[in-house]
Design a protein around this ligand. Structure first.
Ligand code: SF4
Length: 516
């Protein structure tokens, strides 16, 4: 078989950076002539885009590699590649522990993957290539976007901070900022293709501009996104409380398409622990930012990441974290039990907290965070919300016959697609949602990327439900783009599979304590 007809599968672990890198890996492979493997077929090339932040990341990777060894033995020509943070960290160890791996590449040279695969095939030996710093800003690489309607756009890679629990700086390197003109050109190109939502992505978006000496570069970028016609929703992740400045709050409040949503990692509410984590803000600064965000945007939904059981954390420190959670009224908190990550300073700190204490604190924190999020959600019952319809976000949607979407504040809402109240032509925004006006009943299906207005009828801690009739529907260019893509993949037989739990939309919130 020639490389022109070889199939691939990319399996992704970890944070949004990795999800976006996988879109680039996919784009690179497709440009090199590979095609995505149908879901029920073993791919000729399997690429693992790994994460070193998650607990048991190595066990998971080596377990998966172990499963593939006999598969590969029976399939001549099959290749396995390992990239991402684990590859950057473990380098040669990977081919020593799993000699059937063909290619190991790092976080700084993802563009080399097709060449390394080809070289491994011709030379019949494993290729390990890890660079210490970035060769090309990855956004210049071809990208195969997972979603037709929402997209990640990198503003920077790497991080200049040195949080003691985090492996990112040593694996992703120092912060590299992209020029604003390049970022905006990418956003405009995406919008021209039908994308209506972008999430600006960086390990620490608030330090964006440090490389070219503009402290207000990020707020300027948000405002410039507000000028892009057709771009309906702008989000960003992750901000960092130490560098968060008020010009960003003003830009969020004053730019209509920047959503009133903030995912700002707290990590700990104890100043003593924050110091040990080498995070240079204190809880009062964090709470001050939240107060100013709420003052400027009373409808803002604020979510966070918190680590419990950091070395040396006492019950008093933990109580300080609970206190900040109570005062912050988080719409959601991603809570993590601290566990040492090899290669980080915190892994060798004295006074590691016993696992049973970490677990008990974790349970108490999760219970409080749920209670707070639930109360915040209950306050929304009865409100009308415009949702961007999402694909693959409602795991039970088939069983419940609902669809799912995200509100402006990024809350997940499962809704009944009952269009009986919408009787006007859906492609005329000025008349949409006026059931009293004359028109035929709408029978066209609602598509991912379309906008629907619903009334919230029920609140759970982590989602909302809208079971009444849909109030209004707006068919969008994003929905058209999604539909066109369905037609294209049906005709090529391509199937989607990044190995991620949800496909079709960027993961809306942080899933790993990687950053910020
Ligand atoms: S946690 Fe975030 S801010 Fe801290 S070092 Fe890691 S990437 Fe940088």
């Amino acid at each position: 078989m020639t490389s022109a007809t070889r199939t691939y599968e990319v399996v992704t672990y970890g944070c949004q950076m990795n999800v976006h890198d996988s879109e680039r890996l996919t784009g690179l492979l497709e440009e090199a002539g590979y095609v995505r493997a149908p879901e029920d077929e073993q791919a000729d090339v399997v690429v693992f885009n790994t994460c070193a932040v998650r607990e048991n990341a190595d066990n998971k990777l080596y377990g998966n590699l172990g499963h593939l060894a006999p598969v590969k033995a029976k399939k001549p020509g099959m290749q396995i590649a390992v990239g991402g943070c684990m590859a950057q960290k473990d380098r040669d160890t990977i081919v020593k522990r799993a000699p059937w791996v063909d290619v190991v590449f790092g976080t700084h040279n993802i563009g080399s993957l097709p060449v390394l695969l080809e070289r491994a095939r011709v030379q019949e030996e494993a290729q390990v290539e890890i660079l210490e710093s970035l060769e090309v800003f990855p956004s210049t690489l071809p990208t195969r976007r997972e979603s037709a309607y929402a997209a990640w756009v990198s503003v920077s890679v790497g991080c200049n901070n040195t949080c003691t629990f985090c492996i990112v700086p040593s694996l992703r390197g120092k912060e590299k900022d992209r020029r604003p003109g390049d970022i905006l050109a990418e956003v405009r190109a995406l919008v021209a293709e039908g994308v209506t939502e972008v999430t600006l992505l960086g390990q620490n978006v608030n330090s964006y501009g440090v490389e070219f000496g503009d402290r207000q570069a990020f707020s300027k970028l948000l405002r410039a996104c507000g000028e892009i016609e057709g771009l309906e929703r702008v989000r960003f992740t992750s901000p960092h409380p130490a560098e968060f400045t008020d010009d960003v709050i003003a830009a969020m409040a004053e730019t209509p398409n920047v959503m009133h949503q903030l995912h700002m990692p707290l990590q700990s509410g104890s100043d003593r622990v924050l110091r040990a984590m080498r995070r240079s803000y204190r809880s009062s600064k964090f709470l001050g930012i939240i107060d100013r965000v709420r003052e400027a945007m009373p409808d803002a939904a604020i979510t966070t990441d918190i680590i419990v059981g950091f070395p040396g954390e006492t019950e008093e420190d933990f109580q300080a974290t609970l206190d900040v959670v109570r005062r912050s009224r988080f719409a959601g908190a991603f809570t993590f039990q601290y566990s040492p990550r090899p290669g980080t300073p915190a892994a060798t700190m004295d006074d590691q907290v016993p696992p049973d204490v970490v677990k008990s604190r974790y349970e108490r924190l999760a219970a409080l965070a749920n209670e707070v999020a639930w109360e915040e959600n209950k306050a929304l019952v009865g409100r009308r919300v415009e949702l961007m319809v999402a694909e693959g976000e409602g795991r039970k949607d088939t069983a419940t016959q609902r669809l799912s979407g995200r509100g402006p504040d990024n809350r997940l809402v499962h809704f009944t697609p009952d269009l009986s109240g919408v009787s006007t032509p859906l492609d005329q925004p000025e008349s949409v949602g006026r059931p009293e006006s004359v028109g035929r009943a709408e029978s066209r299906p609602i598509r991912p990327g379309d906008m629907v207005t619903v009334e919230i009828t029920y609140a759970a801690p982590h989602h909302l439900v809208a079971d009444g009739p849909v109030v209004a529907v707006r068919r969008t260019r994003a929905g058209d783009a999604w539909e066109a893509r369905q037609g294209a993949s049906a005709s090529t037989g391509a199937s989607v599979g990044l190995g991620m739990p949800s496909v079709g939309v960027p993961a809306p919130l942080s899933t790993a304590p990687a950053c910020g």
